[in-house]
Design a protein around this ligand. Structure first.
Ligand code: SF4
Length: 374
């Protein structure tokens, strides 16, 4: 499988916690889509030989600030340049404050078949704290409108470990998501990223972030609740109804090739990672001049590929030990015999048949485990 990522860098305003690359809508907005399609056409030859692309992901930023006509023009260019599977998953991130029944119907008509709404919370004061532009009502109306427009694969992003968030409020968020009938949930702990406004207010002592035990408690609630409701926990932060795992996520986690277009987008093909400039000015100028906007790249060594393979596998479905041996020429469990034994005894790792995987209890300490096994 191979995937395509498109970074749409516009946002109406900057959320207090966000460190993704985004700019205000005015900057080069009129020419952005034509430059993006130019980049796609110029880089078409980078597709791995015989690659059939089975996922397209519009991320950002806020892709739903693009009109259906603009999304259609990008998808038409992709279809001209690459072999897109007829049943490819075409996902689009949506901000509930930026969609209408009409725009949602337009996205569906041009081939988008999966939406991911950045809801974060169903509480007004949480949304105000996070400086999101939408209200809880807008989130619910958008999801309902998406369903009316023909979308049956809808994901929500929700955020836990907000300052002062109680277990009952978090459970209420999960309950409302379930009531809306979504097929996929991404549940992230609020992280204080360096350089964000959130980092400044935390450093000034204006808000107090939850301690580790509180964060772990909310994550445990998430795993238990969504498990009871039949969601599969297929990656640390991601839960899906059976059959609705995000294919694009799986491309990343299975270490499969992907091409990324737009400012700051990364690509991974043939063991090589490349990335675009993180500046709309430079992106527009470079694509207009040379058709590409590459800022850098690196060929991953065998050790780096192995480390990433272990990290990505342990955070998701686990590691197929036979496949690992065939690919890297060594026995992962044997190479880490003492550490694996210790984590298995503590109930944090398990080996079943040919698969080494992190248990639900282990997901609470996933970063530590991933750092230790290599
Ligand atoms: S809408 Fe998304 S990308 Fe834009 S600022 Fe907020 S979190 Fe960041």
């Amino acid at each position: 499988m191979a995937g395509i990522y498109l970074h749409i860098p516009y946002c109406e305003s900057k959320c207090v916690y966000c460190d993704f690359y985004s700019v205000a809508e005015g900057e080069y907005r009129d020419e952005f889509v034509s430059v993006l399609t130019e980049e796609i056409s110029c880089r078409a030859k980078e597709a791995p030989r015989d690659a059939v692309f089975r996922s397209v992901y519009f991320g950002g930023g806020t892709p739903s600030l693009l009109s259906p006509e603009e999304i259609r023009s990008i998808l038409d260019t992709l279809r001209e340049c690459f072999e897109l599977d007829e049943s490819a998953e075409v996902s689009m991130e949506c901000n509930p404050g930026t969609v209408t029944a009409e725009s949602l119907a337009g996205y569906r008509a041009c081939g988008v078949n999966r939406l991911s709404f950045g809801v974060q919370s169903f509480f007004e004061d949480d949304l105000a704290f996070l400086s999101r532009i939408h209200s809880p009502e807008q989130a619910k109306e958008s999801i309902e409108a998406a369903r009316q427009a023909g979308f049956d694969n809808i994901s929500l992003d929700l955020m836990f470990s907000l300052p002062g968030q109680t277990a009952s409020r978090w459970s209420e968020n999960l309950r409302q998501a379930r009531e809306l009938g979504v097929t996929h949930l991404s549940c992230y702990s609020l992280t204080v990223e360096l350089g964000t406004p959130l980092a400044s207010i935390v450093n000034r002592g204006e808000v107090c972030m939850p301690v580790q035990e509180e964060d772990a408690g909310l994550f445990e609630t998430t795993m238990r609740t969504l498990g009871d409701w039949g969601f599969l926990h297929y990656e640390v932060s991601n839960f899906a109804r059976p059959g609705f795992e995000c294919r694009h996520n799986l491309v990343y986690w299975n270490h499969e090739p992907y091409l990324g277009f737009g400012p700051s987008a990364h690509s991974f093909t043939d063991g090589k990672r490349t990335w675009n400039v993180t500046s709309i000015d430079r992106y527009i100028g470079m694509v207009r001049t040379s058709g590409t906007a590459r800022a850098g790249g690196e060929r991953l060594t065998r050790d780096q590929l192995r480390t990433e393979h272990v990290y990505l596998g342990l955070r998701s479905k686990g590691i197929d030990l036979e496949e690992f041996r065939a690919r890297f020429g060594s026995d992962l469990v044997e190479d880490n015999r003492e550490r694996v034994r210790m984590y298995v005894e503590r109930g944090l790792l398990a080996v079943e048949g040919n698969r080494l995987f992190v248990t639900p209890a282990g997901f609470l300490l996933c970063d530590e485990i991933c750092a230790e096994i290599n």
